[in-house]
Design a protein around this ligand. Structure first.
Ligand code: ATP
Ligand code: MG
Length: 395
């Protein structure tokens, strides 16, 4: 395997899924460019998926979004072979899923892939521990070992202390934590999540999204997450695929998708999202019109400010690392008093990084006296974000 192939955990090649008798006629009509509803009217065949191609990166969150009926569930159910595609293939770590024998398929589901459902799917006669340990029990793992492992994932999702409660006593958010703990107990490589948070109330849902992000980053699992909600998709997705009528319309990062929507359908979806959650600081920062160095004289700094009609100037060292900001009033006073620049440079600046989201810096921008300084990985001064640029990015 090449390195690139190792980074792709699932590869979907030309899969289609048609429901109904007259599938060949339906496929011919689809090939001729007819749309799904026309095909259904003429042939009675429902085209759930049509010619899907995807490469799903390992260790990332891959979100699939689309309106109801667009084929999201049909597609993810192909990943653990709950559905078999009518044509095309799915490679999991290079291996064609259709080639798995019954035994291999069982083994695959027990070790490689787990699913979290919208409806939680918990067993109400078992307590939290019993539900989480169930998959391990089926695998034939000893009681001691499975309970140890189950307790570990129970605490990962923040449910320690609840392990002996009946699932019937838990709130929706907690039940879904049990669902996640159960899916993780097998230590799968891929977690399939089909609208796992849709049944939760909005505040609990936000908490769960945040916790899923943290958990995924900690464990490095590949998560394939389905949602209707563009805010959720953009918050969670490293990559977002948008579906319509059984086809993939666009696969991109949230940022690219919002900057360059493939068509009106994608734009319509995106316009319902809060832009501050997808636009990063990199896109709104500006370069300061002037900088001075710590080694420059105050006279020089004052001249630079006057020439550029600035009331402040940024001060950097010889590596272009930001030292602070110098207001002209303080510079003049210090020059008149014969003090060095270092005495009057304000070093307590608000800073951020190019990758931060506008939403993250909004509270800071509202409070900040000076523009927020953007500092790169290499500690270099990259630019500034003004209150005005934060506000105008939201339009
Ligand atoms: N067993 C089936 N028999 C016939 N048609 C089906 C079957 N399962 C799915 N479909 C059709 O396939 C299409 C895609 O359905 P799917 O459930 O994958 O959509 P979805 O995007 O998950 O929708 P939702 O957001 O409502 O869950 C729909 O038109 C649906 O009616
Ligand atoms: Mg669905």
């Amino acid at each position: 395997m090449t390195n690139q192939e190792k980074d792709i955990i699932i590869e979907v090649q030309h899969i289609s899924k048609l429901y109904g008798m007259n599938r060949q006629d339906a496929a011919r009509m689809m090939e001729a460019g007819k749309d799904k509803s026309e095909v259904f009217k003429k042939t009675g065949v429902s085209v759930a998926l049509w010619d899907i191609n995807l490469k799903i990166p390992r260790g990332k969150i891959f979100v699939i979004i689309g309106l109801s009926g667009s084929g999201k569930s049909t597609l993810v159910r192909c990943f653990n072979r709950l559905n078999r595609p009518t044509s095309g293939s799915i490679l999991f770590e290079g291996r064609d899923l259709s080639s798995l024998s019954k035994r291999e398929l069982l083994e695959f589901r027990r070790t490689k892939i787990s699913m979290v459902f919208q409806s939680f799917g918990l067993m109400s006669h078992r307590d939290v521990l019993g539900n989480v340990a169930y998959g391990l029990e089926v695998k034939g793992i000893s009681r001691e070992e499975r309970e140890r492992k189950a307790m570990e994932t129970i605490s990962m999702v923040g449910l320690q202390g609840w392990e002996h409660q009946s699932c019937a006593n838990l709130s929706g958010g907690m039940r879904q934590r049990v669902g996640i703990a159960r899916a993780l107990a097998n230590d799968p490589e891929v977690l399939l999540m089909d609208e796992p948070f849709s049944a939760l109330d909005p505040l609990v849902r936000k908490d769960m999204q945040f916790e899923l992000l943290q958990l995924q980053r900690k464990l490095g699992k590949t998560v394939i997450f389905i949602t209707h909600d563009i805010d959720e998709a953009f918050k969670l997705g490293d990559t977002v695929a948008i579906m319509r009528d059984g086809k993939i319309i666009q696969v991109d990062t949230p940022e690219e998708m919002s900057a360059h929507p493939a068509d009106d359908y994608v734009s319509a979806f995106i316009n319902s999202a809060d832009k501050s959650k997808v636009v990063s600081v990199r896109n709104i920062m500006i370069t300061p019109s002037a900088i001075v160095r710590t080694t420059d004289s105050l006279d020089h700094a004052i001249r630079v400010m006057s020439k550029n009609a600035l009331s402040t100037v940024y001060v950097v060292d010889d590596q272009i690392k930001l030292v602070g900001i110098l207001p002209i009033r303080d510079a003049i006073q210090a020059r008149n008093a014969g003090s060095p620049m270092a005495d009057v440079v304000h070093t307590d600046l608000q800073t951020t990084t190019p990758d931060a989201l506008v939403a993250d810096i909004m509270p800071m921008a509202a409070e900040a006296v000076y523009p927020i300084a953007v500092i790169g990985d290499d500690q270099q001064f990259k630019g500034i974000v003004t209150k005005a640029s934060v506000l105008s990015s939201l339009i």
